[in-house]
Design a binder for this molecule. Structure first.
Ligand code: UQ1
Length: 444
């Protein structure tokens, strides 16, 4: 019902606008509300994939689809781990947002103020109102540096040894601090709670370990007498959320002499002391080098809207990506409630399902595409090797190459390293964000 109402309203608005144009040729009509068939909130991995896949359906004309994003640049965030390892330059991993948005879209280069889903509308930060028939909410999640006391100051201090691959400003500082480090306690942290790419906090540790090993500063078989000591402090009780891969990574941790501090959630930095919250109260550890994975959470404009569930995520059905209360609202990627690990790989599978189900709904047809929770984590275990974790809902492995070639992807391989370092960045910028890549399903 809301769809027909929205399209009637849109037609009425267009007809009024064309009449006005006929009357006032010299001055354009100041319009307070604009209408689009689909409004996509977010120009990240999900927003670009979905908007371009919608366009390729051939069902949309100029400005039928609007994309909203306040950012100046689009970043290939999976590459920031490689920057932390000194394998890529961060400048090569970003492009001006505007350059990635098809000219058939209306692009609003600003933030969202408020959602009004009962009116099929939203307001932009400047107060302008947009009406839509369908809304796709894919703005990602927010990195809350300030939730760890003292972290913003330590990261901003150019001379500190505190860094993070989770931000553009600090991912290159990570490699600088690793490369300059000669002796002392190195601590790598992973927070409790939801983050992007749950494997990244340890990927960067495995690269740093390898760097120090090659420099003769760390001996995995005699860690106790090495100049550098390495600790992994994680808010989780295990190395990884999927039992199959966790077992391999736990063995690797032990074999390489890395201290495991489980259920240790970093809450504050106090000089050279890192303060952790644990089930047995606060624990303090001295560090000489600290790599932090900050806490993350929903953007306020999503969390404080009728679209969010109790954790602030856009409340969609696990398999259809359709909103649980507003059937013309959709979500995928990091901002969604989809109970899977938040990665670009997940978006390769989520986007075609969302697009298909949205188009079916637009035509009054039944939803017929289903997302199984597919996600992946190409986990760097050293320079030149990657363990390719791929799994679906329930932490059940769903391995692309295991199925094709009968190999075990829990074993780190050089071929997977080249997928991660060379193939994925290439296919991402040339195909995925243009709407032409479906991940394990291949080209769309
Ligand atoms: C993928 O398609 C992708 O995006 C380009 C990634 O990059 C971030 C990935 O990490 C993965 C695993 C995929 C999935 C594709 C294949 C062929 C396994």
């Amino acid at each position: 019902m809301f769809q027909s109402r929205a399209s009637v309203a849109a037609r009425a608005a267009r007809s009024v606008a064309s009449q006005c144009r006929g009357l006032a040729t010299a001055s354009p009509v100041a319009s307070t509300a604009r209408s689009h068939k689909v409004v996509v909130v977010g120009g990240g991995t999900a927003g670009l994939s979905i908007s371009h896949q919608l366009l390729h359906s051939g069902k949309f004309a100029q400005d039928d689809i609007a994309v909203i994003d306040p950012a100046e640049f689009h970043h290939y965030q999976p590459g920031w781990t490689l920057v932390g390892g000194g394998l890529k330059n961060k400048e090569d991993l970003r492009k001006p947002m505007e350059s990635l948005i098809d000219s058939k879209f209306k692009f609003y280069n600003q933030g969202v103020g408020k959602f009004a889903p009962t009116e099929n509308a939203l307001t932009l930060e400047n107060g302008d109102k947009l009406n839509y028939e369908h809304l796709v909410v894919v703005p990602g999640i927010h990195v809350n540096y300030g939730q760890i006391k003292g972290l913003p100051e330590a990261l901003a201090d150019r001379h500190s040894t505190v860094s993070s691959i989770y931000g553009y400003d600090t991912c290159d500082k990570a490699f600088r601090t690793f490369d300059n480090f000669r002796k002392g306690n190195a601590i790598f942290t992973q927070p409790a709670g939801v983050i992007k790419c749950a494997g990244a906090p340890q990927k960067v540790m495995w690269l740093a370990l390898d760097l120090w090993k090659k420099a003769g500063l760390y001996n995995p078989t005699n860690a106790a007498e090495s100049p550098i000591k390495i600790s992994y402090a994680t808010g989780l009780p295990v190395m990884f959320g999927v039992p199959k891969y966790s077992a391999v990574l736990e063995q690797m941790r032990k074999d390489r002499g890395v201290e495991g501090l489980f259920q240790h959630d970093l809450v504050a930095l106090d000089g050279k002391a890192a303060v952790f919250s644990t089930p047995n109260g606060e624990v303090t550890r001295e560090y000489d080098l600290l790599h932090v994975s900050p806490k993350m959470g929903a953007h306020a404009f999503v969390k404080n809207s009728p679209l969010a569930n109790e954790s602030g995520m856009v409340d969609v059905h696990d398999n259809t990506t359709q909103h649980k209360k507003f059937p013309n609202v959709w979500s995928a990627g990091d901002a969604s409630s989809l109970p899977t690990s938040k990665t670009a790989a997940a978006v390769t599978s989520e986007a075609p399902v969302l697009v298909r189900n949205l188009l079916q709904t637009m035509e009054g047809k039944a939803l017929d595409a289903s997302y199984d929770g597919y996600t992946s984590c190409p986990l760097l275990t050293e320079y030149g090797k990657v363990l390719l974790a791929e799994f679906k809902y329930g932490g059940e492995p769903k391995e692309t190459f295991g199925n094709w070639f009968g190999i075990d992807q829990a074993e780190p391989r050089r071929s997977f390293y080249h997928l991660k370092k060379d193939f994925f960045p290439w296919v991402y910028s040339n195909y995925m964000i243009k709407g032409n890549w479906g991940g394990p399903k291949g080209w769309l």
